[in-house]
Design a protein around this ligand. Structure first.
Ligand SMILES: [Zn+2]
Length: 331
């Protein structure tokens, strides 16, 4: 009999996933819907409702104690609203209120997807047992989350650790966020591919122009592909070095599709980090691949709900116990 179950939602621009997660981090029931493309706010919410409805139809649902949401950002966990860049129908959308109503009044916790990923890696993945960690998703975008003092640090609005929009190139390209020279503008998958194409990289016979295809060329020694990954690695290293200098992280965990490129990315990243992180207290943070895979969003949404009590904790800006310390994800 499961007594501590959390309903987890992982909301992104392409899919809305849901699961019932137990205190061991196992996904007992799972379901998903495509995110309605260019959908109105209420259409997207209807898809969330379908996902929750399917979870609620499970005989395990009565054991659910809370709902954890990890959403594409920005999010505002104080206001309970989300404005995901890649879900145009949602701007300051009152997601928490809607989910609470659909979930019969259960407490709802909202964090950004990077924070959720950090919660998952800290609970069960590469950052397990670590006191100070930066966890990053390098994919279509670049996001992240922080563990500080052994606890998830979502920040007042649930977005802390969003390393993708730290500027590492003062006169660099303008970024869709409104800034300039952001890590994401250099190191995201589409930007790695864009830079390679601009500098003369030619895709193979399959015409695949993804970052994965550029990574394959880099492994074959194509100098333009190698250079594009090295540039991305330097941007990531500069962001990690800045983070290490500010909060003294001991490990950086990299997940997401681009991180799956392996040593094509990790080798120049570790090299560049030695160049940028030079003061005694920032030297030598480990840089490792994420371990949680595609379920990180769901597991992290469940974990975050033990780390961030709904609204109250976020408003007070105080830290609360971690799921790993409690051995279970939620109240
Ligand atoms: Zn930016």
């Amino acid at each position: 009999m499961h007594t501590d179950i959390v309903a987890a939602l992982d909301i992104g621009g392409t899919k809305i996933a849901g699961a019932l997660v137990d205190s061991g981090g196992d996904l007992l029931v799972r379901t998903q819907r495509p995110t309605p493309p260019a959908g109105e706010g209420e259409q997207v919410m209807a898809a969330v409702g379908e996902v929750l409805g399917e979870l609620a139809a499970s005989p395990l649902w009565p054991a659910a104690r809370a709902v954890g949401i990890g959403s594409a950002g920005p999010v505002d966990s104080n206001a309970g609203t989300v404005s995901p860049v890649n879900i145009p129908g949602w701007r300051d959308y009152p997601l928490v209120r809607g989910v609470r109503e659909l979930a019969g009044g259960l407490p709802v916790t909202l964090v950004g997807d990077g924070v959720a990923m950090a919660a998952a890696e800290h609970w069960q993945g590469a950052a397990r047992g670590r006191v100070n960690a930066l966890c990053m998703v390098v994919s279509t975008g670049v996001g992240g989350g922080l563990v500080l003092g052994g606890e998830l640090h979502p920040g007042p609005t649930g977005n802390a650790g969003h390393i993708g929009h730290i500027s590492v190139d003062l006169d660099g390209d303008s970024c869709p966020c409104g800034g300039r020279g952001c890590v994401e503008r250099i190191a995201s998958g589409p930007n790695i591919a864009r830079r390679a194409l601009e500098r003369g990289w030619l895709p193979g016979p399959d015409k695949d122009v993804s970052a994965a295809a550029v990574a394959a060329s880099a492994r074959d020694g194509d100098p333009v592909a190698v250079a594009s990954f090295e540039r991305a690695a330097r941007a990531l290293a500069a962001g990690i070095a800045a983070t290490a200098t500010l909060v003294e992280i001991e490990i950086a965990v990299l997940g997401g599709g681009v991180a799956k490129s392996g040593e094509v990315l990790f080798a120049p990243l570790r090299r560049a980090l030695r160049e940028y992180a030079t003061l005694s207290f920032v030297r030598g943070p480990e840089v490792v691949p994420a371990q949680m895979g595609t379920d990180a969003g769901l597991i992290g949404a469940a974990a975050a709900c033990g780390d961030v009590r709904p609204a109250r904790a976020a408003r007070a800006g105080r830290r609360v116990r971690t799921p790993s310390a409690e051995g279970r994800p939620c109240p």
